[in-house]
Design a protein around this ligand. Structure first.
Ligand SMILES: [Zn+2]
Length: 851
């Protein structure tokens, strides 16, 4: 299916002004299709000219342009040509459309818990045309009037306020402010609804009935976070929330975390936790609520002109989502989470062969835009904004944004428009800054170089900036430099966690690194002659986006310093540096495991504990040869055991430790005991999700089979239960189970996006490399055709999850290279394989170096 090109969109935007969309949907026509009638009023600058409208129906029933009936058979793929335009036009398109089971378009879900049917619309980024005929590009915005016919016992909500229910089973919504097509949404079904209100804005939260008890339980927290973030964004932006009501719907089988539809944000309903979660997961939900709300200004009020400026949506939503979470909610350490988790995503993406600028100058089509929803557009972009704030000052930054909203409200904007607003507010020319930070890909490494005098004072402290050979660009960085002293440097024992000496921050300075002077070497003159610190931390405060490498002395002090360092962000940066150096193959995995054993059980910050464990596990599975992996895994399990033993009963730390222990241990007797309620650590509740985690590990290890999985699913007849059961089945060390899962992953089109992912997620296991060896070749042979059976987002997800990531061998890389040499690969699959292969390259290098 063709993806709209930048060129075609530019031409069409020059020709058309869309005045309104009038959309009528009839959702009473059965389980497979629905009826869609769209009336578009639009003007053309050039009467007599032609254009096209997009629609993806199962049957196109009728097309009338200015009263003239056109032949529906003229539909060419998803484009219908329109000729002989007038100055003022009315287009009416009647179509029968298919419900989606892929989360793209109008998704239909039947809840296995109670048989209820739920629908939601996902129009991003070019799926509106699966619901209604439209000019499906972001800069042809228009007010939308929606009306829906649906079963009388349903609830229906759209972007706009409900205007009337003229008859039972008919909902009519008021005209919205101008919306981009990718933001048009609705939900329909017997949804459970809770209402609220804040500052004159009606609030609503929705979920399916089988999750009502979890929404009711958490509604206070969700509404509180919503109110806090609204207030803070109003303070920062000085422009009121512009879309009337603010509904948040938790919907099933949603592909992304959430989608920022104006007035009706949709979230994946895994955010309504049915089992115990850690506070880090509550923070993530709060952050997502804040992120989507920030989009109401960045993306919804002012919309990108074309997908080149995806960063104007995502980088800003990521930045302000994290900022208001940290500033306005109880989750005050959101920037620590950002430093450790989100930036790791950004650093990884920016170092891959597929890297791209934060703000590319030309994204050729919408398919490429979908692939760019990555760690660069989100985390790197937000980091760059943090750097911009450090450089411009917060007041000038915010004043520029207020000017930007005032000029472009309800319209579209580009990078140039943003820079103009920021230049006006700050009086500075941002062209050069934007060129190096936004227009160029890849990242710098900052290394500390230290020379000491005989008396132990600094003779010279320098920061050396470098860049990868293919992208030899150095940048101006404003960074913090922290000097830390150990209270007692004589007798700390890095082996005894929790007993580390106190660590005192002696001084923090902010310095500007000049990129061009002296080959990227900046001498910190103010430190010359100072007593040397035990630990010198570059990028303290995490103001810039760069890899950091400590000097040898500071690196040696890390195990000693970590337990006594009071600033969680500084500790996160030290963990991050270690994880990154191991990922780069500069340090052996054993160093990381040793640091975990020494320092992690004493780490007070939950997010650090959770993320370090989560990031370490794949490094063990992929970077270590099979003969050394079990010993490392045992050490990791030992560290988890100590965490578990020392964690307060019933708290987040205990749960985080238990989950990691379950994933790492090979002691099937202990795990089976937990399922039976034996020897469960005091305070740990082995609830539905934890039971599934245990069962999954037992399945991987071959300690349970189909009877146990079937029994667990019978006891948990929810959608989540079905997904977990599918993952467990795919994870069984059994050739038939692998064959069944592979058939699903590559061929099945009847299962939903979520069940496909569940199968793919269970298939590859580091313990089963030999059993699954034959599927390595099959992945590369079969995936192009398999991807062709799916909508783009799901195709990419499945291709990523099904990649043979534990087949760390030269042969796997040869197969990837052969596939990438083909010129007929879909954009998304090419990106997935390119990136996964690069990850495998690193793992292979590390293994080779260790041999
Ligand atoms: Zn977003």
């Amino acid at each position: 299916m063709p993806s709209l090109t930048r060129v075609a969109a530019t031409e069409r935007a020059a020709l058309l002004t869309v005045e309104s969309y009038d959309i009528e949907l009839d959702l009473t026509g059965g389980e497979v299709v629905f009826r869609s009638v769209t009336r578009i009023r639009f003007r053309s600058t050039t009467p007599g000219a032609g254009t096209f409208v997009e629609v993806r129906p199962t049957r196109l029933l009728g097309v009338r342009l200015n009263g003239r009936a056109l032949d529906p058979a003229a539909l060419d793929d998803n484009q219908f040509a329109l000729t002989g335009l007038l100055a003022d036009n009315t287009l009416v398109v009647e179509a029968e459309m298919a419900y989606s089971n892929a989360g793209e378009g109008l998704h239909r879900f039947v809840d296995p818990a109670d048989g209820n049917t739920y629908l939601y619309a996902m129009s991003g980024i070019d799926n509106a045309q699966r619901i209604f005929a439209c000019f499906d590009q972001p800069d042809l915005k228009a007010p939308v009037v929606l009306s829906v016919v649906a079963p009388t016992d349903w609830t229906v909500a759209g972007n706009g306020e409900l205007a009337a229910t003229p008859a039972p089973g008919r909902w009519e919504f008021a005209a919205t402010p101008p919306l981009a097509t990718y933001l048009v949404s609705l939900i329909a079904g017997p949804y459970h609804l809770l209402r609220g209100e804040h500052d004159g804005i009606p609030l609503g939260v929705y979920c399916r009935r089988s999750l009502a008890e979890y929404l009711d339980r958490d509604a206070d927290e969700i509404f509180t976070v919503t109110r806090q973030c609204l207030d803070r964004l109003h303070e920062l932006f000085d422009v009121r929330y512009p879309f009337g009501k603010y509904d948040q719907a938790f919907v099933p089988e949603f592909n992304m975390g959430a989608m920022e539809n104006p007035g009706l944000v949709t979230f994946r309903d895994e955010f309504l936790h049915r089992s115990a979660v850690t506070d880090a997961e509550r923070e993530q939900r709060a952050n997502t609520i804040a992120h989507e709300m920030a989009h109401m200004w960045f993306g919804d009020l002012v919309t990108l002109r074309w997908w080149d400026d995806l960063w104007l949506n995502e980088s800003f939503a990521e930045y302000f989502g994290t900022r208001v979470t940290a500033e306005a909610t109880r989750f005050g350490s959101a920037w620590t989470t950002f430093a450790l988790r989100r930036k790791a995503w950004g650093y990884a993406a920016d170092q891959r062969p597929s890297t791209h600028p934060v703000a590319p100058s030309e994204v050729p089509d919408a398919a490429e835009a979908l692939s760019n929803l990555d760690g660069i557009s989100y985390a790197k972009g937000a980091s760059v904004l943090r750097q911009l704030v450090a450089w411009l000052g917060d007041e000038a930054f915010l004043a520029g944004l207020r000017g930007f909203f005032a000029t472009h409200r309800f319209g579209n904007a580009t990078l140039a428009d943003l820079l103009a607003a920021l230049s006006a507010s700050s009086g500075r020319d941002l062209t050069g800054w934007a060129e190096v930070w936004l227009r160029q890909p890849q990242l710098n490494t900052l290394r500390a170089e230290i020379r000491l005098r005989d008396d132990g004072h600094y003779a010279e402290v320098a920061v050396v900036q470098s860049a990868p050979s293919g992208h030899p660009l150095l940048r101006p960085h404003r960074i913090g430099v922290g000097l830390y002293d150990l209270a007692d440097t004589a007798d700390g024992d890095p082996g005894s966690a929790g007993a580390g000496p106190g660590v005192r921050v002696r001084r923090r300075i902010e310095v500007d690194l000049a990129p061009v002077v002296d080959g990227g070497r900046t001498v910190l003159d103010e430190l010359t002659g100072q007593p040397a610190a035990r630990l010198l931390l570059l990028n303290d405060g995490d103001l810039t986006f760069a890899k950091v490498r400590l000097d040898a002395g500071s690196a040696a002090a890390v195990p000693l310093a970590l337990p006594g360092l009071s600033d969680p962000l500084a500790r996160a940066l030290l963990w991050s540096e270690t994880l990154d150096a191991v990922t780069d193959g500069e340090r052996p995995v054993s160093d990381l495991v040793a640091l975990i054993v020494a320092a992690l059980p004493a780490e007070p910050e939950l997010i650090v504990v959770q993320d370090v464990l989560n990031r370490t596990r794949p490094l063990l599975d992929r970077y270590l040869d099979p003969d050394v992996r079990p010993a490392a895994l045992e050490q990791l399990a030992g560290a988890c055991d100590r965490l578990l033993a020392t964690a307060p009963p019933g708290g987040s730390r205990q749960l985080a430790a238990a989950r990691s222990l379950i994933g790492a241990t090979v002691d099937t007797a202990v795990l089976a005991g937990w399922l039976a309620g034996e020897d469960v650590p005091d305070g740990l509740v082995v609830d539905a999700e934890l039971r599934w985690a245990v069962l999954r590990r037992l399945a991987v290890l071959g300690a349970v089979g189909e009877p146990e999985i079937a029994a667990e699913q019978a006891a948990d007849p929810s959608a989540s239960g079905a997904e977990r059961a599918a993952t467990c089945r795919a994870a069984l060390p059994d050739p038939e189970a692998k064959d069944r899962a592979w058939q699903v992953v590559t061929r099945d089109t009847t299962l939903s996006n979520r069940l496909l992912e569940a199968n793919a997620a269970g298939f590859w296991q580091p313990e089963q490399v030999e059993l699954t060896a034959s599927y390595v070749e099959r992945y590369f042979a079969e995936m192009p055709e398999a991807a062709g059976r799916r909508t783009p987002w799901v195709a990419d997800q499945v291709a990523g999850l099904a990649y043979p990531r534990y087949a760390v061998a030269g042969r796997t890389r040869e197969l990837a290279a052969a596939l990438l040499a083909r010129d007929d690969l879909p954009t998304g699959l090419r990106r997935v394989v390119t990136d996964a292969d690069d990850d495998l390259r690193r793992a292979l290098l590390s293994r080779t170096a260790a041999r």
